[in-house]
Design a binder for this molecule. Structure first.
Ligand SMILES: [Zn+2]
Ligand SMILES: [Zn+2]
Length: 90
């Protein structure tokens, strides 16, 4: 376990600080993102909720009737996406 501490700086904002040497590529922190979106080039080929790739032969993608911006792969993903609509009211 690395010894890391949170620091605050007016010019740099908030960050993590350690005095130990960290090997390049080593994971020091894992956290789920607060917000995530698909890049434009994946909107047609991936679910806007779970990001899984559409298998066009087995799964039918459905366009969101609320925003017409994303497709989703299942009723479950539709429900999750509709919660986002309720939160941000779009
Ligand atoms: Zn999905
Ligand atoms: Zn939507």
């Amino acid at each position: 376990m690395l010894g890391v501490e949170v620091f605050e700086s007016e010019e740099k904002g908030r960050g993590l600080l350690t005095r130990e040497r960290i090997e390049q590529g080593k994971t020091i922190l894992k956290q789920s993102p607060l917000v995530s979106v698909l890049k434009d080039r994946f909107v047609e080929t991936r679910c806007g909720s779970c990001f899984s790739e559409f298998d066009l032969e087995r799964r039918k993608k459905k366009k969101c009737s609320g925003c017409s911006l994303v497709y989703y792969c299942s009723v479950n993903c539709q429900v999750i996406h509709s919660l986002i609509h309720q939160l941000i009211r779009i």
